[in-house]
Design a binder for this molecule. Structure first.
Ligand code: NAD
Length: 260
């Protein structure tokens, strides 16, 4: 089903986005990757995906805080591949601080990258998906789309927003062959999580080991981090015909975290 389809994965130079891009490429989709990082490393990663999976992989440097650049990325993908059949809104950042010390510019950046970029991407891809009567939109939310944790006001607000956006757009396009879902992962050991360990330790006045054990994995009954491969497999499944009736959902993949 996904073979020969064309996908965009935002924030796919690292972590979960890279894992999803890899899974989609492995399943036979052409992929527009996106995100920041060292230019040589990004090009090496792009070339590796093409070589190992026999698909076309392009790179867009679009900044997810810039609506015009998001529209440009969608247009560049159409020009390169002919269509955008799958949009994965994954780019995201985090900042950990109490609400009264939370820097307003960090709030704005998190809302822009983690929430508004999905809106801008979605509005740009929907017309083409409607024309072709097929589309898959996957928003990478978080367990924090369903429950909160202290010191993450902007992130939790953005992810709850992603859940609402997912449901709303799913209803609007339900008869058009387009599904819209969110994946809500628990903790995955990516650079985003690695970076917040020292900051959470400082905010809570505990050691980094205690953050891993008592804060991160304490939330996950499996006591295991979720993997990018597991999330990639779910994304591929959501792109298939078997998932055509799954829409408007926020699917936890969180080791039981939000069952509690
Ligand atoms: P990561 O830091 O490894 O990757 C983030 C990606 O987003 C990178 O490719 C980065 O370059 C890109 N990015 C950041 N700002 C951008 C911008 N302005 N424009 C374009 N790209 C930008 O993080 P990750 O852990 O892989 O997170 C990916 C997504 O998964 C995020 O939305 C995050 O909230 C979500 N998530 C992560 C976890 C986790 O435990 N790691 C859990 C639940 C949800």
């Amino acid at each position: 089903m996904i073979q020969g389809k064309n996908a965009i994965v935002t924030g796919s130079t690292s972590g979960i986005g890279l894992g999803i891009a890899e899974s989609l490429a492995q399943a036979g989709a052409n992929v527009m990757i996106n995100g920041f990082g060292d230019a040589g490393a990004i090009e090496a990663g792009r070339a590796r995906l093409e070589r190992e999976h026999g698909v076309t992989v392009r790179y867009s440097p679009a900044d997810m805080t810039e609506p015009d650049e998001i529209a440009g990325m969608v247009e560049a993908t159409r020009e390169a591949f002919g269509s955008v059949d799958v949009l994965v809104n994954n780019a995201g950042i985090q900042h950990v601080a109490s609400v009264e010390t939370f820097p307003p510019e960090k709030w704005d950046a998190i809302i822009a990258i983690n929430l508004s970029s999905a809106f801008h991407g979605i509005r740009a891809v929907i017309p083409g998906m409607k024309e072709r009567g097929f589309g898959r939109i996957i928003n990478v939310a978080s367990a924090h789309a369903l429950v909160a944790s202290p010191y993450k006001s902007a992130y939790v607000a953005a992810k709850h927003g992603v859940a609402g956006l997912t449901k709303t757009v799913a209803l609007e396009v339900a008869e058009e062959g387009i599904t819209v879902n969110a994946i809500a992962p628990g903790y995955v050991l990516t650079p985003l999580v690695e970076e917040q360990i020292p900051k959470t330790a400082e905010a809570r006045g505990i050691s980094e080991d205690e953050v891993r054990r008592d804060v991160l994995l304490a939330a996950q009954p499996t006591k295991r981090f979720v993997t990018v491969e597991q999330i990639g497999e779910l994304a591929v499944y959501l792109c298939g015909e078997g998932a055509a009736s799954i829409t408007g959902t926020v699917l936890p993949m969180d080791g039981g975290w939000t069952a509690q």
